[in-house]
Design a protein around this ligand. Structure first.
Ligand SMILES: [Mg+2]
Length: 268
């Protein structure tokens, strides 16, 4: 009997040790490097406030279109310019993949997502773009998706019933990320009455280079533009704002990036 008790204690001790080791291994194996995306992605996908902000923005966009159409010459060619990602299409499932797998954004990982043509429309985007088109306002999409993604992007947006889904209305990225030249192309023939995007650079090149002030001062100087010439949409998951925190380069280790995220916080 004594021998049985002793053997039992030894067995349970071994099992108990095994579990502790497994738990330790699991916690060290788990890649926590994209945990910083968790809260913002949860907010983007699940908060009613997020939906409300998109509806609010596109409602305002309709008012601006109405106002412009009633004021401007009927014969003048008018246009609205929209960004695509996180403006009309919801790519938050890509962020979820990054959180779950620890993968980062790269041309390869991004294309795996866009090639599915499965992004959903953001709240109010289909309604607004069709509204503008029906008012005689052309809809252009200036996006930093690559030209080779044109087919899968148009397929995605056609299925969602966006208007102006043809190559003439899509100005995707060729050589440079800056959108100034592409804006000029549309401006040649159209009076652009409104820009909509989730990034300030969707509106103006003055936001392309951000110093230690993160362009906050430039926004303050140009506060009259927002909600009149440009509607900015919320994207807490990624953007030029994040790049500015990383000294305008993504080529830093995740550890350094996480440090910089914490260092930029203003406490009390
Ligand atoms: Mg965007």
């Amino acid at each position: 009997m004594k021998k049985f008790i002793l053997l039992s204690i030894m067995f349970f001790s071994i099992v108990s040790c095994q579990n502790t080791t497994d738990e330790t291994n699991t916690s060290t194996k788990k890649d926590p490097t994209n945990e910083h995306l968790l809260m913002s992605t949860v907010w983007f996908q699940n908060s009613a406030e997020m939906r409300a902000i998109y509806y609010q923005s596109y409602n305002l966009a309709k008012m601006i279109v109405n106002n412009s159409v009633s004021k401007l010459d009927k014969n003048e060619k008018k246009a609205v310019v929209l960004d695509i990602d996180e403006t009309v299409l919801d790519n938050s499932p890509f962020q979820v993949k990054c959180i779950k797998t620890g993968q980062s954004y790269s041309t390869k990982t991004w294309k795996e997502w866009t090639s599915l043509s499965q992004a959903k429309a953001l709240p109010g985007a289909v309604d607004f773009t069709n509204y503008a088109k029906n008012k005689g306002v052309e809809v252009f999409y200036i996006s930093n998706r690559l030209e080779e993604e044109l087919g899968v992007t148009m397929k995605n947006m056609k299925e969602l019933n966006f208007p102006c889904v043809d190559s003439a209305h899509f100005l995707l990225k060729t050589t440079e990320s800056g959108k100034k030249i592409r804006r000029v192309v549309v401006k040649k023939d159209y009076n652009i009455i409104l820009f909509i995007g989730d990034n300030l650079t969707d509106y103006s090149e003055i936001y392309e280079k951000r110093d230690e002030n993160f362009a906050i001062d430039i926004v303050d100087k140009n506060k009259g533009d927002f909600g009149t010439k440009f509607i900015i949409l919320p994207n807490p998951m990624y953007g030029e704002w994040e790049k500015a925190i990383y000294d305008n380069t993504y080529k830093l280790s995740k550890e350094v990036k996480n440090k910089k995220l914490k260092n930029c916080l203003l406490g009390y």
